[in-house]
Design a protein around this ligand. Structure first.
Ligand code: DQA
Length: 149
């Protein structure tokens, strides 16, 4: 399985930027943890502060990868062009956010890209990325699920 992680603007500053909101780990360090948790998955990582470069990466990987995990940063709230890019490719995209955008400023409450995505995961810190990987690789829980009627 091949997964592309795309981080948008200002996410190159993870570890330095507002650590109370985004934590104190760099994404590169977190990525090493993800790789060791999921040794069978081929991870590709791309970060850009430029909207068009994010769109180009969605086009480049959106017909051959099994999934894209996208944290579009502030472009989440502004970019019809990224929405169109996600709509235009075949690979499913999961939108992730480190912070709980719904518990923050009102301009972060609306995502312009969520409607084009398979799903949205927000508010679990960097663990949001692991949860997105698990959403692409669903494993039945040990012992199965008991349905109580
Ligand atoms: C973010 C939330 C966005 O509102 C913000 O602009 C970011 C980071 C997050 O991961 O919590 O840059 O996407």
């Amino acid at each position: 399985m091949k997964l592309q992680i795309i981080n948008g603007p200002n996410l190159n500053l993870l570890g330095i930027r507002e650590p109370g909101v985004y934590g104190s780990s760099t994404f590169e360090d977190y990525l090493q943890k993800l790789i060791s948790l999921f040794p069978d998955i081929e991870f590709h990582y791309f970060q850009s502060n430029v909207e068009g470069e994010i769109i180009n990466k969605i086009h480049e990987t959106g017909f051959s990868f099994d999934g894209i995990i996208l944290n579009a940063g502030a472009y989440t709230h502004t970019s019809i062009a990224i929405y169109d890019a996600i709509k235009g490719v075949e690979t499913p995209v999961i939108e992730v956010h480190i912070s709980n955008v719904h518990a923050r400023e009102s301009f972060r409450h609306h995502s312009l890209i969520a409607g084009a995505c398979k799903g949205v995961i927000a508010g679990f810190g960097l663990d949001s990325y692991r949860l997105a990987v698990e959403a692409f690789t669903p494993q039945p829980p040990e012992g199965g699920v008991t349905v109580v009627k």
